[in-house]
Design a protein. Structure first.
Length: 571
């Protein structure tokens, strides 16, 4: 036991939790903590980003790629509010991060003080829980509780707001190995206790699920991000192979099942494959595993898989019957549920059903313009050929994101990082930084549209400073491509504010940050520059210029059933 001030306790508690890397940006209210970071730089690494939003995205990318809790911090007022988009992104995709902010001293709270904001009030709807620490004696347990909440059950972001006077106040501190919260302090007053209660299906429920699988003639799996979060990818693969069940993946579920596997039908939903969407619609048993039935997947909820018995396996009871009425719900940890049902599932072939699905898999639209020498499909195929299956890929949001999901074969979990629920333009660069720091022995490729890249290219300063060997592939069509595509299809080609026929020059911009810049307008040029950039082991930006009106097909028009797919522009 030792006497420490609040700032020292923050650092010690982070070390208790095994935190090695923090992403953040300093300011007045958080100066005491940054002073302690300086004193402890040999024990914990702080990464200075160019903007607080990137710090939140970096913590998110770190968490997605490692399975650990990501940590970011910012000062009061605008520093704290700049974290909000990153926190909301993590919340929508169930990513465990802890955001630490500092506020004005307690005697200045509520007085419109300089750089004061009620960040707990602001983030209440987008955090799993948040805290304001008003007593330094409770600071250590609050931090321990925050980490426990972030990673327990359905993971999510937790925010801790600490007034500046608390960071200077002194109290007794005792190091706790592993940062575990004392069970005696997890009673009715503890916020963490309510997050630790996880349902477990009975043996009878597990047996019933196995019976449904065994009796099914046309079973189909729709797997989501919860499979990866629960580290249940191996169990999913074993179930699919044992009962010969085709597997589709939500955007968040990409990389949860090997994309090259014969049973994989690819992405499901608005821009999913025909095999995934039609097979789901014609199945007699739809196993929805670790997924929340996003509106981008189900289309018209009333028409979603009406011929199927729908079983939802998920840890969060709030997701059951929220979007789609299910026939059966299995609440609990996905890995545990699959492990329990596997011994009861009978090995079988489902030959006729597999033949049908295999035929649908061959029906792939020609979804890129053949007139141009460089098309999206080849960009992703070339990157995959050169980078290999261990490379981690991040995306921004838009057409390039959908092309990544469609054309890039992901074989290993936690290699595809993308903002699914919130659809955050500006996510990918910060996430790439976090993934690279979290996985120093792996390579990271960040795919971006030219519109998205404008929103976060200031982080090239961070990438250049730390010499992160990230290759940025800017799929540049000179437009906000996804919005322009909708204007083409549904708004009579009225291109209101979606044409980006002005700077910056991304090659010159890269050079300004001391990063290698390349431009490619043909397939041969792209092959050459990507190989050079990737093999250099240094940061690089590639401006890959494509046709302005490239489209993303298949596409389900908004509000239509998932079987109602546009396969080309003429449909």
């Amino acid at each position: 036991m030792a006497q420490m001030n609040g700032s020292q306790i923050v650092i010690e508690c982070l070390i208790e939790q095994g935190v090695k890397t923090i992403f953040g940006y300093p300011g007045g209210a958080i100066l005491n903590i940054y002073d302690e970071l300086y004193k402890n730089q040999d024990r914990i690494e702080h990464i200075l980003t160019a903007h607080e939003q990137a710090a939140a995205h970096a913590a998110d990318g770190y968490a997605r790629s490692t399975g650990k809790v990501g940590v970011c911090m910012a000062t009061s007022g605008p520093g704290a509010t700049n974290l909000v988009t990153g926190i909301a992104t993590a919340y929508m995709d169930s990513i465990p991060i802890v955001a630490i902010t500092c506020n004005v001293p307690q005697n200045q709270l509520g007085k419109d003080s300089f750089q004061e904001i009620d960040i707990c009030g602001v983030t209440m709807p987008i955090t799993k829980h948040n805290f304001m620490v008003r007593d330094v004696t409770k600071l250590a347990d609050t931090i321990r509780e925050a980490f426990l909440i972030a990673k327990s059950g359905r993971p999510g972001p937790v925010l801790i707001d600490i007034p500046k006077d608390i960071t200077a106040a002194v109290t007794e501190y005792t190091f706790v190995e592993g940062g575990k919260l004392d069970p005696s302090k997890m009673g009715t007053e503890s916020q963490a206790s309510k997050f630790l209660e996880t349902s477990k299906p009975s043996d009878e429920e597990i047996a019933k699920l196995a019976d449904m699988i065994n009796a099914s003639e046309r079973p189909f799996i729709y797997a989501g991000g919860g499979v990866t979060i629960a580290d249940a990818c191996a169990e999913l693969k074993e179930l699919a192979e044992k009962a010969r069940i085709p597997v589709s993946l939500s955007l968040m579920g990409k990389a949860a099942f090997p994309n090259s596997h014969e049973l994989c039908t690819g992405m499901i939903g608005m821009h999913g494959t025909k095999a995934s969407n039609v097979a789901a619609d014609e199945s007699d048993l739809l196993l929805c595993i670790g997924t929340r039935f996003s509106d981008r997947v189900i289309g018209d909820a009333k028409e979603f898989c009406k011929r199927s018995k729908i079983v939802q396996i998920d840890i969060d009871p709030c997701e059951v019957n929220k979007m789609v009425e299910v026939d059966s719900a299995m609440l609990g940890n996905v890995k545990e549920i699959l492990s329990r049902v596997l011994p009861l599932v009978k090995a079988k072939q489902n030959g006729d059903w597999q033949a049908k699905v295999a035929q649908w898999k061959t029906e792939v639209p020609e979804c890129y313009n053949k007139k141009e020498d460089l098309n999206p499909k080849r960009i992703y195929e070339i990157v995959r050929e050169v980078a290999g299956e261990d490379t981690i890929c991040t995306t921004e949001v838009g057409q390039h994101q959908m092309w990544t999901a469609q054309f890039y074969n992901f074989e290993k979990p936690r290699t595809f990082l993308s903002s699914g629920g919130l659809g955050t333009m500006g996510f990918g660069t910060g996430a790439a930084m976090g993934a690279q720091f979290g996985n120093p022995d792996k390579r990271v490729v960040a795919f971006a549209g030219d519109g998205s890249f404008r929103m976060n290219c200031n982080e090239l300063a961070t990438v250049g400073h730390y010499q992160l060997p990230i290759v940025f592939v800017v799929v540049n069509n000179g437009a906000l491509g996804n919005v322009r595509m909708w204007q083409t299809l549904f708004y009579g080609k009225r291109y209101s504010n979606t044409t980006l026929d002005f700077g910056p020059d991304f090659v010159k911009l890269a050079d300004a940050y001391g990063i290698a810049g390349y431009r490619a307008t043909t397939e041969a040029e792209f092959q050459k520059v990507f190989e050079e950039a990737f093999k250099s082991g240094k940061p690089a930006v590639i401006d890959a210029q494509i046709y302005i009106d490239e489209m993303v097909f298949p596409m389900i028009p908004p509000g239509k059933p998932i079987s109602n797919m546009m396969m080309s522009l003429g449909e």
